[in-house]
Design a protein around this ligand. Structure first.
Ligand SMILES: Nc1ncnc2c1ncn2[C@@H]1O[C@H](COP(=O)(O)OP(=O)(O)OP(=O)(O)O)[C@@H](O)[C@H]1O
Length: 253
C-alpha cells in the first residue's frame, strides 16, 4: 500500500507576489520506501515536504497519507529540519521523551523505545547532557531519536545534514542508513546533494524549478544494506552521471 500519495498537486503562495511553487506534482511513496527529492534552491522541495507535514495546504489536487487527506500536522509524520529544535533547558533524555510524554502515552513503552533509540544514534552515554554541550552532529542525532520516539509512520527530512561539515555528514548518512535498515520507516528526504540522494534512496525524484515539478524519477538499485563505501563504486558513478544529465535537462525546461 502506498503511504504517501500526491495526486496532481499544485501550490500557489499568494503573498505580495504570487508564487507558483509546485505545479501538477504526482508522487506515490510506498510503505518502507526511501525517496529523495533533489533539486536546485527554490524548486519547491520544502513546499512539498511542508504540505505532507501539514504545515501548508494544497492549492489544487489531492494529498493523502495512509489513505486520508492531510489537513494538519500529526505524530504519524515526524519532521526533521536542518537544525534540531531541541529545548536548550532540557537534557538529551528529556528532549527525546518530550513528545510522547506530553501526549500522555504509556510511559514504560516510550521510555523503552527512547532508550533503544538513544543507543541506535550512539548517544546512550549522553542522556544527561544539555544540548549546548553537544556538537552539531550530536544534536541532530538527538533530533532524529526524538522524532523516532514518537513512532511515526513516516519520517520527513528537510536537508537534515545541510549544516554539518563533510565528515560529520558522512557519519550521519551512515547512521541514517543503519536506522532505516533496522526500523524500515518510510522516508521522504529533501536534499540538493546528488551523492546523498543516491546513497540513501530507493528512488530519486529530480525536480525542476519555477514552477516546481518532478522532472524525472530514477530508481536506485544499489544493493542494500549500503554504506558510505558505496559512494565510490562504479554503479554509483553511473547513477551520478545519469542524474547530473537529468538536472541539466530539468534546468533548461
Ligand atoms: N510561505 C511562503 N510564502 C510565499 N512564498 C513561499 C513560501 N514558502 C516558499 N515560497 C516560495 O516558493 C518557492 C519554493 O520554495 P521552497 O522553499 O519550497 O523551495 P526549495 O526547493 O525547498 O528551496 P531551498 O533548497 O532553497 O530550501 C520559492 O520561490 C519560495 O520563495
Amino acid at each position: 500500500m502506498s503511504t504517501i500519495t500526491f495526486d496532481h498537486v499544485s501550490k500557489v503562495y499568494y503573498g505580495q507576489k504570487i508564487v507558483h511553487a509546485l505545479d501538477d506534482v504526482s508522487l506515490t511513496v510506498n510503505e518502507g520506501e526511501f525517496v529523495a527529492l533533489l533539486g536546485p534552491s527554490g524548486c519547491g522541495k520544502s513546499t512539498l515536504l511542508n504540505l505532507l507535514a501539514g504545515f501548508e495546504t494544497v492549492s489544487s489536487g489531492s494529498l493523502l497519507f495512509d489513505g486520508k487527506a492531510v489537513t494538519r500536522p500529526g505524530p504519524d509524520r515526524g519532521v526533521v529540519f536542518q537544525e534540531a529544535a531541541l529545548f536548550p533547558w532540557l537534557s538529551v533524555w528529556e528532549n527525546v521523551i518530550f513528545g510522547p510524554r506530553v501526549q500522555g502515552l504509556p510511559r514504560a513503552e516510550y521510555e523503552e523505545r527512547a532508550r533503544k533509540l538513544l543507543k541506535v544514534v550512539g548517544l546512550e552515554g549522553f542522556a544527561d547532557a544539555l544540548p549546548v554541550q553537544l556538537s552539531g552532529g550530536m544534536r541532530q542525532r538527538v533530533g532524529i531519536a526524538r522524532v523516532l520516539t514518537m513512532n511515526p509512520r513516516a519520517l520527513l527530512m528537510d536537508e537534515p545534514f545541510g549544516a554539518l561539515d563533510a565528515q560529520t555528514r558522512l557519519s550521519m548518512q551512515q547512521l541514517l542508513l543503519d536506522v532505516w535498515q533496522s526500523l524500515g520507516t518510510t522516508v521522504l528526504f529533501v536534499t540538493h546533494d546528488i551523492d546523498e540522494a543516491i546513497l540513501l534512496s530507493d528512488r530519486v525524484c529530480v525536480m525542476s524549478a519555477r514552477p516546481g515539478r518532478i522532472a524525472r524519477t530514477i530508481p536506485i538499485k544499489l544493493a542494500r544494506p549500503r554504506s558510505i563505501a558505496s559512494l565510490t563504486g562504479a554503479d554509483f558513478t553511473a547513477y551520478k552521471a545519469e542524474i547530473m544529465a537529468d538536472i541539466k535537462v530539468a534546468e533548461h525546461h
